[in-house]
Design a protein around this ligand. Structure first.
Ligand SMILES: *[C@@H]1O[C@H](CO)[C@@H](O)[C@H](O)[C@H]1NC(C)=O
Ligand SMILES: *[C@@H]1O[C@H](CO)[C@@H](O)[C@H](O)[C@H]1NC(C)=O
Ligand SMILES: *[C@@H]1O[C@H](CO)[C@@H](O)[C@H](O)[C@H]1NC(C)=O
Ligand SMILES: *[C@@H]1O[C@H](CO)[C@@H](O)[C@H](O)[C@H]1NC(C)=O
Length: 392
């Protein structure tokens, strides 16, 4: 049923408060790092506004999942995949004209990158969105900061690598082993060089888990920028980090949601990369015909995080949480009901990574007064399917 968020009768300007808080944070929390220079980022208030105009009162988000840029750069095949992925994103952006894009992890395949600075490929992946002047946010998947894995065909028949590193000592070893660009370095390069990036480093006490932050979509009509919906971004690990949403991340979510939406009256959605174990439970119900889902691909088993450390319990307890969106499984694109919310996969967008299923992107459309959250999948060839109303 349509239910309007319960708004405060004496509204204060939400975004101004957030700006003041961010300025305070920049002064108090951000200090120079040993390995990474973290000067305050160009100030973003974390608020996104409806575009209004002819499109009326709606806010549209495109999810780009599992792009896997930078594979096999030493063959013709790799660069061709990246070219194809740019085409998919360009088509989706031109057909849907979203207000915002979410890069849902595995933006690059770092374990396939024999270079020191993976931001080169990260930058290629965000370029179609940047070129259209559309703001975006990104989070990490399990491949984004993985160390380079020497391809087996680079070994000669004698089993010795063809490209030999002349010295095995630490400094030369670094140059030969391509350790992967760290999460913090990738984010630093994205945020520092892109005014359209809404990505956050997340609080320092959660590092090395980096992409943990919240963005606010604010009302187009109110003079006071009241929130219409909150979008939480979490780093589900992988690569240099275990594939979990940890206890401290869950605690951060509990604190943050209490702070921004204390009475749980404003709708919330959540993004991360690797499905939680609840997705597997739902998939079992689907297989047994005990739940009705909306989607076109049920092609593989759910590959879940290593452990469940409390985040699902917190999300279940909040009536305002409407849906979770993940990537990771290229052969799944469903949305299934779970408790009072929806568990959704995005749609494999990139030509990198495994699988030959058609490429596309999940789209979200948020309307205000009355609130609604709708979703569908837009394919590379322009077709649309799997429309679903996730919340009203
Ligand atoms: C890595 O690449 C990015 C973008 O391509 C650049 O901005 C950054 O300065 C580079 N970092 C290093 C350490 O070379
Ligand atoms: C490490 O490699 C350098 C060459 O870059 C060499 O000059 C140096 O002696 C090596 N150090 C050790 C401890 O082997
Ligand atoms: C959550 O809030 C409590 C109480 O303010 C604080 O002690 C704790 O450090 C916070 N946890 C995180 C992960 O931010
Ligand atoms: C578009 O792609 C989908 C999925 O790959 C396919 O099922 C459909 O037939 C295609 N439609 C057209 C018009 O090419």
């Amino acid at each position: 049923m349509a239910k309007l968020p319960n708004r405060s009768p004496a509204p204060t300007d939400w975004c101004t408060i957030t700006v003041i808080f961010l300025i305070w944070q920049n002064i108090v929390i951000v200090r120079p790092e040993d390995d990474v220079t973290l000067r305050p980022a160009p100030l973003r208030d974390g608020c996104l506004r409806f575009s209004g105009g002819s499109k009326g009162s709606s806010f549209k988000v495109a999810l780009f999942a599992d792009l896997h840029f930078g594979e096999n750069a030493w063959t013709d095949w790799g660069p061709q995949q990246d070219f194809n992925s740019v085409k998919v994103m360009s088509t989706v952006l031109d057909v849907e004209r979203p207000d915002f894009v979410v890069y849902l992890g595995d933006v690059i395949t770092a374990n396939n990158l024999p270079i020191h600075n993976a931001s080169l490929y990260w930058d290629q992946a965000i370029s179609p969105t940047r070129a259209r002047n559309i703001p975006w946010a990104s989070l990490f998947g399990n491949h984004d900061d993985a160390p380079f894995e020497w391809p087996v065909d680079w070994f000669s028949s004698s089993g010795i690598p063809q490209i030999l590193c002349p010295f095995a000592n630490a400094s030369e070893g670094d140059k030969c082993s391509f350790k992967g660009t760290t999460r913090l370095e990738l984010m630093k390069n994205e945020i520092r060089h892109n005014v359209l990036s809404y990505t956050g480093f997340g609080p320092r006490n959660l590092w090395p888990s980096v992409s943990n932050y919240v963005l606010t979509i604010v009302s187009p009509k109110s003079d006071h920028n009241l929130p219409v919906m909150f979008m939480y971004f979490l780093d589900s690990g992988g690569g240099s980090y275990p594939e979990v949403i940890s206890t401290i991340q869950s605690e951060w979510f509990r604190n943050k949601s209490q702070e921004v939406n204390p009475d749980s009256s404003i709708p919330e959605i959540v993004f991360w990369h690797i499905p939680s174990k609840a997705y597997k439970k739902v998939a079992k119900k689907v297989a047994a015909g005990r739940t009705k889902c909306v989607g076109s691909m049920f092609e593989e088993p759910v590959a879940t995080q290593e452990a469940e450390m409390g985040i699902m319990k917190l999300l279940k307890e909040r009536p305002s949480v409407k849906a979770i969106f993940v990537g990771h499984n290229h052969g799944l694109d469903w949305c299934c009901p779970y408790e009072k919310m929806w568990l959704c996969f995005a749609r494999h967008t990139g030509y990198g990574g495994y699988g030959t299923w058609g490429r596309g992107a999940r789209i979200l459309e948020i309307t205000d007064e009355p609130f609604s959250l709708k979703s569908w999948i837009r394919m590379e060839n322009g077709t649309l399917h799997s429309e679903v109303v996730l919340a009203t």
